[in-house]
Design a protein around this ligand. Sequence first.
Ligand code: RVP
Length: 499
Amino acid sequence: MAYYFDTPSRTFSEYLLVPGYSSADCIPANVSLETPLVKFKKGEEPELKMNIPLVSAVMQAVSDDKMAVALSKEGGVSFIFGSQTIENQAAMVARVKAHKAGFVVSDSNLTPEHTLNDILDLKEKTGHSTVAITDNGTATGKLLGIVASRDYRVSRMDGSEKVKTFMTPIEKIVSAPKDVTLKEANNIIWDNKLNSLPVLDEKGNLVHMVFRKDYDSHKQNPLELHDKLKRYVVGAGINTRDYEERIPALIEAGVDVLCIDSSEGYSEWQAKTIKWVRDTYGETVKIGAGNVVDREGFRFLAQAGADFIKIGIGGGSICITREQKGIGRGQATSVIDVAKARDEYFEETGVYIPICSDGGIVYDHHITLALAMGSDFVMLGRYFSRFDESPTNKVNINGSYMKEYWGEGSARARNWQRYDLGGDKKLSFEEGVDSYVPYAGSLKDNVNMTLAKVRSTMCNCGALTIPELQEKAKLTVVSSTSIVEGGAHDVLLKDNRNL
Ligand code: RVP
């Protein structure tokens, strides 16, 4: 006879935290959000830790090198999407590792043959007004000029006017050689009253840009996450098909941690992939696995040797797996069950395996709930897709700015490996949708606000660290009527609050 779980599975919105005693030193400024990223033995330190409990999802619409740098600056880790060629993914990892604070790879590049209209289109897409003009229109081509807002007047010029007629040509541009330090670059910017400074190699090819507006930004990131060589930390998603080629390329590029990206992790494919990593690299390569939603799934991946284990099936905002296939489990119940299994495994073996709640975080307080229920960190897709740093287009729809966001199981992503059960090498049916999400500004501002709320709630629970929160948290299921009571109710709102 089929097995029936005793209780219904629930999601985050059905829970609240009940405050505990908070002492006078329990203030947000004293809260540490440090958390382990990979497994460790009792009494030892994990080899990889994060300063905030947030990772960005292994998705085309979320995690590229730009997102990875922005999140690592705040203390978290991005997992660069694997549904692209091995070369492209490794190149993204290499760019994160090569990133020097303050030195930016130009994301707005055209050739002299482009037009004013092309400049305006690009500005709309990237939100940046400085465009590098190179011989081949790429970020590494020979620099021929720069176009900034002061170089053109839209009202007085024809859109078809060629860039070469109004760009500031290379002869008039102050540049710096590629071994310039950030301090020297900033001095050149100040001495010459520049807004941007191109950094060129011996042949005149563009290497980086340094912007006046970024001055000081590296001083504002006290939680920045670095490897031993002071480079940003970055993760990458892999699949259970081409790992023998993909993993060596990612390691060569400098990746710090891998994650098997799959909609369903309780499978022989994952055990085989982890075994290959252990046989090839021993414990030196760190690899997370998932996704699972119960004790059995957790124990399977723990015994297979996963460095962390990801939880969640069907809860993602763009995910329709539950509708399409009828599999999944409420996210809160999944986390609670897996956290119990993790603690039990720790008792038995003395090995602590961090767990990550993946998908379905809608409100900031869901993060605190996931942590309180036992997650060591959370993975978010929709949340990060709304920011300037996500790789997708910003579009204006009926007067509101939106960003595009699509699932890895959508026809748009064509990530068949994520849903592969050993069948055809194609996506047989969709498990995700293509959508828009409201544009929300910079990652830094949003993450700071979100974590201010997390820290504040932790103080209400009398906790200054995540393990302390997990120990002290008191959680209650709420009735559907009291959920209504939790929002503004029985009043006429003066403005449309952006929830
Ligand atoms: P969310 O943060 O709710 O947007 O969820 C993101 C998560 O959804 C991802 O980390 C992944 O586990 C899952 N996902 C990604 N694509 C799809 C899909 O197309 N079904 N689901």
